[in-house]
Design a protein around this ligand. Structure first.
Ligand SMILES: [Zn+2]
Ligand SMILES: [Zn+2]
Length: 393
């Protein structure tokens, strides 16, 4: 019997693998001019308009501040402060599930679904150039109004685009086996600032289990494991298990860009989104909780093994009761780009709050060969030393 580490289990265990050197051919990409045009449209066509009090141009949220700023005349306007308690409010899971999410506030946003990667992204109907910020593919299709749950909180952008670019160069430079000139030569036209939807779940768990504890006995050929049947109970809580609300590639960098400083969540206000895009959630409250439970059960398995103790453990059956389930629906900031290197395109994303970067990257063939050779030589030298020592054999 043990009390779980409440609050310790906040990150999912499976980390996405780094991508290999198989970027797409640059020829598939849209014309560079059109790409630049997209950058301008990102700026102009946020679906939320806050006119500048001085010149009437659109204000844009200024990352790292509590202001919106006019790119045209520099006028600043403060984002009205709202009580932060709402941002950290834990909503009762069963109450909202019973209401089929109808109890949650909803809003409509003009959006397009990307056939390439499945993302549902906010787009203004006037925008001509439509490139998916996640997969870099051209999106065809009509803008239609989509209903979505209003997030309760947002982690506002802290990094400006130039800082995201610096984070990218720093990340590229520090990669093993990367080509020497990668940081200088990688060309990224534009970073898209996207708010990505997340669910976070809390729950208390109480698990009964049966299993067996193994003890190794004997030596040499007679070595074996003796099993003793055991049963027990482990309990523990989970705080803010994060699940992506998206089915697009943004789900893949959820863990890679973690941790997300959720203590710094602000109560949702559209001002924070001015000048940025938001991705719509496609994974609902219930589906999200099922994903969170997969992670929780993996952690519970570790708890049970520790509880069984001994040299080896077997788990035969488990029964988990979940209680005090709560959730939050939030938006987190991601700078995402596609960069070109040696005629290939790679995707890269940067945590818009912490500057942590993650992406696809090229490998230097020569460095790989040199590195592998060095490792084999190293192993060879050790092998030689071992065989040269008379008592080692
Ligand atoms: Zn202005
Ligand atoms: Zn896409």
């Amino acid at each position: 019997m043990r009390e779980g580490d409440i609050g310790a289990a906040t990150e999912t265990p499976a980390r996405p693998k780094e991508h290999g050197p198989w970027g797409r051919r640059i020829d598939e990409r849209l014309h560079r001019k059109e790409y630049r045009q997209q950058a301008d449209e990102d700026q102009r066509h946020s679906t939320r308009f806050f006119p500048c009090p001085s010149c009437g141009a659109d204000l844009r949220f200024d990352p790292g501040t509590a202001n919106m700023i006019c790119a045209h005349c520099g006028t600043e306007a403060e984002v009205p402060h709202v009580d932060d308690a709402v941002a950290q409010l834990e909503n009762c899971y069963h109450f909202y599930l019973g209401k089929d999410t109808g109890a949650m506030a909803e809003e409509e946003a003009p959006s397009i679904d990307c056939n390439g990667c499945g993302a549902s992204i906010e787009f203004h109907p006037d925008e001509h150039s439509r490139i998916c910020p996640f997969c870099d593919g051209a999106i065809v299709g009509d803008v239609r109004m989509q209903r979505r749950i209003v997030p309760q909180a947002v982690l506002p952008f802290k990094l400006i685009e130039q800082e995201a670019q610096e984070a990218m160069r720093h990340w590229l430079k520090s990669r093993w086996f990367a080509p020497n000139d990668i940081a200088d030569e990688a060309k990224a036209d534009h970073f898209h600032g996207i708010y990505v939807p997340f669910w976070t779940y809390d729950a208390y768990t109480d698990t009964d289990y049966t299993g067996a504890r193994g003890r190794r006995v004997g030596s040499g050929k007679n070595r074996r494991t003796v099993w003793t049947n055991v049963s027990g109970n482990v309990t523990g809580g989970f705080d803010d298990v994060i699940v992506s609300g998206s089915k697009s590639v943004s789900a893949e960098f959820k863990d890679a860009l973690a941790p997300w400083p959720l203590r710094e969540l602000e109560t949702y206000q559209t001002e924070f989104l001015a000048g940025f895009r938001a991705e719509n959630h496609l994974i609902g409250l219930k589906e999200g909780f099922a994903k969170a439970q997969v992670y929780m059960r993996a952690v519970i398995t570790d708890w049970i093994k520790r509880d069984i103790g001994g040299q080896r453990q077997r788990i035969n059956s488990t029964y988990t009761r979940f209680s005090k389930e709560t959730f939050k629906h939030i938006l987190v900031p991601v700078w995402i780009t596609h960069y070109d290197f040696a005629r290939k395109t790679y995707r890269l994303s940067v945590n818009g709050h912490t500057a942590k970067a993650y992406g696809e990257r090229p490998f230097s063939l020569w460095k790989l060969i040199a590195g592998t050779t060095a490792m084999m030589l190293g192993a060879g030298v050790i092998g030689f030393l071992v065989s040269a020592v008379p008592w080692a054999g």
